[in-house]
Design a protein around this ligand. Structure first.
Ligand SMILES: [Zn+2]
Length: 295
């Protein structure tokens, strides 16, 4: 599982304080996968590089407000995707094809962490706590399904919440009947409610009928609950990943078509055969001016 690491927290702390080495490190670590994402969507390498550049600057401009309980990688991809649509609207870049995730996929992930008006701050804090609880019980559910080798169930749940798919599409994608899909979903939601009742917590108002799907989707996507580690993707590329993980990886990449894991895989592939080495030095040079002055 991809999880916010304390290494990332430390890196961000140093970047906020204006540390150039930390900024260079972040670019070295993430520019490749961001460029792979941009490359798959824009018609030229130059456009893709401009886009990553803009996203890096956008990151520096908002990093002071970044909530470190969230995934840094998801945050970077979200800014990048936001910039892509910005430049598209201004007709400054051309897309090759409409990306598969264009519609709605990102809507549930907040595009920035810009400051909330003070009246909303308390509410935001309460929501974050509730989302923390929701994240815990979702992880519990995912773990339980894996421990039981219930990969089919997990696939249905992942397509529902992470993929945002409807029952009819899921039945089609997994070659199942719709009733079976609905049954698996029903049981999963019951289980989530059971886990929730074991938690010592106030009612989750983000889990009321109307918002449950949206909230679960947001948490699942933001925290990347079923995303693949770079090392897993590496093993997959080398063909040494064992079952059932190999099939599960293939499912996440091909059927769910997770835009972030697909970009990571493309980045690893280009590292392997030395295509378009990422010009991290240029990216550093054109963005470092936006770091705050060290103090
Ligand atoms: Zn993923």
């Amino acid at each position: 599982m991809e999880q916010a690491s304390s290494a990332d927290d430390f890196l961000i702390e140093r970047i906020v304080s204006g540390d150039q080495d930390a900024w260079r490190l972040l670019i070295d670590r993430y520019a490749g996968r961001l460029l792979a994402f941009a490359r798959a969507r824009t018609s030229s390498l130059a456009d893709a590089e401009d886009l990553v550049q803009e996203a890096l600057v956008g990151f520096l401009q908002s990093v002071g407000n970044f909530d470190t309980s969230r995934s840094l990688e998801t945050y970077l991809f979200t800014i990048l995707r936001y910039k892509l649509y910005d430049l598209l609207r201004q007709k400054k870049v051309k897309v090759i094809t409409e990306p598969p995730d264009a519609e709605g996929w990102w809507d549930h992930i907040s595009p920035d962490t810009s400051e909330t008006p003070s009246g909303l701050a308390l509410q935001a804090e309460a929501n974050r706590q509730q989302e923390g609880v929701l994240e815990d019980i979702l992880r519990q559910l995912i773990r339980e399904l894996r421990d039981r080798d219930a990969f089919n169930d997990l696939q249905v749940i992942e397509l529902t919440f992470f993929g945002g798919r409807r029952n009819i599409d899921i039945a089609d994608l997994l070659d199942m009947d719709q009733k079976a899909v609905a049954g698996i979903k029903y049981r999963a939601i019951q289980k989530l409610q059971k886990f929730l009742s074991q938690h010592d917590t106030d009612d989750l108002n983000c889990m009321d009928e109307a918002n449950a799907d949206v909230t679960v989707s947001r948490v699942w996507r933001e925290q990347r609950l079923t995303c693949l580690k770079r090392s897993t993707l590496g093993s997959y590329l080398l063909g040494v990943l064992e079952e059932p993980w190999r099939s599960y990886t293939e499912f996440h990449l091909d059927v769910v078509a997770c835009p972030m894991c697909v970009a990571n895989l493309a980045d690893l592939e280009s590292e392997e055969d030395d295509r378009t080495p990422v010009d991290t030095e240029r990216m550093f040079a054109s963005s470092a001016g936006f770091l705050s002055k060290p103090h």
